[in-house]
Design a protein around this ligand. Structure first.
Ligand code: COA
Length: 386
C-alpha cells in the first residue's frame, strides 16, 4: 500500500528585504521646556493655594514645581511637537483638545500616518497601487477597530491587507521585522510600516516626573524586496527582536476598566514609569543585544558608521553607544532628535534615521534600534546600497 502522508514542503524563501524610503510628518506646534514649565508651575501654584489649609494641616502633600534645568540635564529634551498646543499649556486643561470627528472623517492617527506614508512613497517613486500591505505600528491606538492600518490603506488606494500592531516604543522595529519576514517568505513585495504617535493623549501633563517626556509625530518606512526597490535604498542585513516582561513602564487604560468604574480616571490610566529603574535595566540589556546580534551577523560593532537609537534619554544613548562603539560617540555617530522632538515612542529611531542618513556613503553600515515598554527591544542592521 502506498504511503498516504502528505509530502513535506520546504518553504522557499524568495525575497531580500530592503528599506526603500522613509517619511516623516511633524506637527507645526512645538512646546519649549520654558513654556511647559511655566504652565506646570502655574498649575502647582494654583493647587497649593487652593489646598493651603489641608497642606498646612499636613493632610495633603504640596506639589513641587518643575524645572527647565532638570528636564534638560536628566533627559536631553528641550522641546516637543504636539498636535494641540494651547490646551496642553492651559493650567485648567493640561491635555490635548480637538473636535470629535465623525466616522466619515479621517481619524487623527490615519491622517498623520498618511502624510508620512505619502512622503515615503514619493521618495521611493512607488505607486501606492503596487504596495501589498500596511502595518500601523504604534504605542497608543486611537480605537480598537477598525484598524487604523486599514483606514490608511484605503486612503492611499492600496490593495491587499493592513493591521495594527502595538509593541510600545519598539512598535516600528517590530513592524520592520514583520514586513521583512513577509518579503523573505515571498508573501509580499512592498510593505508600509506607519507609526503615527500621538503620545500627548496618554501623557499625564500634571505629573512632574514625566510631563516633559513625550511629543507627537508620524513616521513611515517602506520595506520592499530588493528586486523592485529603487537603486538608492538600504539593505537590511538582519533584524532581531526581544521582549522581557516588566511593570516599570505601564499604562492600565483599556475597555476592561469598565469592570471597576470606581478606578476610572486614576493616574495609572495614563503613562507611568519608574524612570530610574528603566534606565538601569534597559541600558545593559540593549547594549548586549546589539553586540550579540552584530556578532551573529559578522559585523564589527565598532565599525558601525552610525547608530540611530531610540530617543528616550540622551544619557541612555550615550552609555549604549559607548558600549557598542568602544568609545564616546560623537553627535555624527549617534545623532539625537530628543532636543526638538522629545520622546516620540516608536517613531524616535526612525526620525533619527530619516533626518540623518542621506549623507552616508554606499557601503556604510548602521543600526536602527528601539527599546521601551514591555520591555521590548528591536535591532535593524542596515547597509547603504547606493
Ligand atoms: N523638575 C525638577 N525636579 C524633578 C522633576 C522635574 N520635572 N522630576 C523629578 N525631579 C526630581 C525628583 O524629585 C528627584 O529629586 P530627589 O533627588 O530630591 O528625590 C530628582 O529630580 C531625580 O528624579 P529621578 O526621577 O530619579 O530622575 P532621573 O534622573 O531618573 O530622570 C528620567 C528622570 C525620566 C528623565 C529618566 O529616569 C529617564 O529618562 N529614564 C528612562 C526612561 C525611558 O527610557 N523610558 C521609556 C519611555 S518610552
Amino acid at each position: 500500500m502506498q504511503n498516504s502522508s502528505p509530502e513535506k514542503v520546504t518553504p522557499v524563501l524568495t525575497g531580500n528585504p530592503v528599506i526603500s524610503a522613509t517619511g516623516l510628518f511633524t506637527p507645526e506646534d512645538s512646546i519649549t521646556n520654558e513654556e511647559l514649565v511655566e504652565s506646570f508651575n502655574a498649575y502647582v501654584e494654583r493647587f497649593n493655594t487652593a489646598h493651603a489649609v489641608a497642606i498646612a494641616a499636613g493632610e495633603i502633600e504640596p506639589l513641587a514645581p518643575s524645572s527647565v534645568e532638570f528636564i534638560e540635564k536628566a533627559s536631553g529634551i528641550k522641546a516637543r511637537h504636539v498636535m494641540s498646543k494651547a490646551p496642553i499649556l492651559d493650567p485648567d486643561i493640561m491635555a490635548p483638545r480637538w473636535e470629535a470627528r465623525s466616522n466619515e472623517e479621517f481619524s487623527m492617527m490615519a491622517e498623520i500616518g498618511v502624510a508620512a506614508a505619502r512622503q515615503a512613497l514619493e521618495r521611493a517613486g512607488r505607486d501606492p497601487g503596487d504596495v501589498d500591505a500596511v502595518l500601523c505600528a504604534a504605542s497608543n491606538m486611537e480605537r480598537p477597530y477598525p484598524a487604523m492600518a486599514i483606514e490608511i490603506q484605503q486612503a492611499l488606494g492600496i490593495d491587499g491587507f493592513g493591521f495594527d500592531m502595538n509593541v510600545a516604543c519598539s512598535s516600528a522595529t517590530f513592524g520592520i521585522q514583520t514586513a521583512a519576514d513577509y518579503i523573505r517568505s515571498g508573501n509580499a513585495k512592498s510593505v508600509l510600516v506607519v507609526s503615527p504617535e500621538i503620545t500627548s493623549g496618554h501623557l499625564n501633563w500634571r505629573d512632574r516626573d514625566s510631563h516633559f517626556i513625550f511629543g507627537d509625530v508620524a513616521t513611515a518606512v517602506l520595506v520592499e524586496d530588493a528586486a523592485i526597490a529603487p537603486a538608492k535604498h538600504w539593505d537590511i542585513l538582519g533584524t532581531k527582536l526581544k521582549t522581557v516582561f516588566s511593570n516599570n513602564i505601564r499604562n492600565n487604560f483599556g475597555f476592561l476598566n469598565r469592570a471597576h468604574p470606581e478606578s476610572a480616571g486614576t493616574a495609572d490610566k495614563l503613562f507611568v514609569q519608574e524612570g530610574r529603574k528603566v534606565f538601569k535595566e534597559v541600558v545593559p540589556m540593549v547594549a548586549q543585544m546589539i553586540v550579540d546580534e552584530a556578532a551573529r551577523l559578522g559585523i564589527d560593532p565598532q565599525a558601525l558608521r552610525r547608530l540611530w537609537l531610540h530617543q528616550a534619554n540622551a544619557g541612555m544613548n550615550r552609555l549604549i553607544s559607548h558600549r557598542v562603539l568602544g568609545h564616546e560617540a560623537t553627535d555624527d555617530e549617534s545623532p539625537t532628535v530628543l532636543d526638538t522632538y522629545g520622546n516620540t515612542s516608536s517613531a524616535g529611531s526612525i526620525i533619527a534615521f530619516h533626518l540623518n542618513s542621506d549623507d552616508l556613503s554606499a557601503g556604510d553600515t548602521g543600526l536602527i534600534c528601539s527599546f521601551g515598554a514591555g520591555y521590548s527591544a528591536g535591532t535593524v542592521f542596515v547597509r547603504k546600497a547606493a
